[in-house]
Design a protein around this ligand. Structure first.
Ligand SMILES: *Cc1c(COP(=O)(O)O)cnc(C)c1O
Length: 228
């Protein structure tokens, strides 16, 4: 099997699952975006995915995203979903179209002042595991004040919430919790109805809970050898 056949097969399996779960949860599959997470995989894989029709790709590291985005056609939408580092914001703003991992007021202000800001949409990342502050995301209890800050003090376009399901608990429960937090965000951003949740191991539960953006890597590309 060539790499293209392998990726086409895996992609087909994932797309069919998304379709089925969406339909059985009474959701329209067309309102669910699949972001293929290409992190640690070579540019050649991203090019194959492009040939297979994929236009949304996700990366966790600035250097890698900058490199891949330079080599792929212009109509790929690049999603940054790694932990943001302040000193990388200028560079991330140069290639990412969507940032899924906004979790600090200082970073928000920095994104806001980057004039060449390419980033069109931001998700606020929520950490649903409050005792693990190393994992990225703000605690759910801070969402109201964080959203208010973004609305009043920046021009960033906030479109929704993002989370990574905690390892310590049932993913489905975590996704239902993220969905419930939407009402808090909508007080500041009435149009911010997107929910970025669901990865290779838990995307079915995420669809059932209302995900609009799935971030899927290993189910399509295989297991990662290099650390993310
Ligand atoms: C790596 C990563 C993914 C994709 O994970 P898979 O388990 O390979 O599907 C999604 N979201 C984030 C934030 C990631 O770091």
């Amino acid at each position: 099997m060539t790499r293209k056949e392998e990726l086409a097969h895996n992609l087909g399996v994932v797309q069919e699952k998304i379709h089925k779960v969406a339909q059985s949860s009474g959701r329209n599959p067309s309102e669910i975006s699949l972001i293929v997470v290409t992190k640690t995989f070579p540019v050649s894989d991203a090019e194959i995915l492009y040939e297979l029709g994929i236009r949304d790709m996700g990366e966790n590291r600035d250097e890698e995203g900058a490199l891949k985005s330079e080599q792929l056609p212009i109509d790929v939408k690049w999603h940054f979903q790694g932990q943001v580092q302040g000193r990388k914001i200028r560079s991330i703003s140069g290639w990412a179209d969507v940032v899924h991992s906004l979790d600090s007021t200082a970073h928000a202000q920095k994104f806001d002042v980057e004039n060449e800001n390419k980033v069109e949409e931001f998700f606020i990342q929520i950490n649903l595991e409050p005792d693990r502050s190393d994992r990225g995301g703000i605690p759910a209890t801070e969402l109201g004040s964080f959203a208010q800050f973004l609305q009043q003090r920046t021009l960033l376009k906030v479109v929704g919430l993002m989370t990574v399901a905690p390892l310590s608990r049932d993913a489905g429960g975590a996704f239902v919790q993220l969905k419930a937090l939407q009402s808090v965000l909508l007080e500041s951003f009435p149009a911010a109805t997107a929910l970025s949740m669901g990865m290779s191991n838990d995307f079915e539960a995420a669809i059932t809970a209302g995900a609009t953006h799935l971030r899927i890597g290993s189910s399509i590309l295989g297991s990662r050898v290099l650390p993310a």
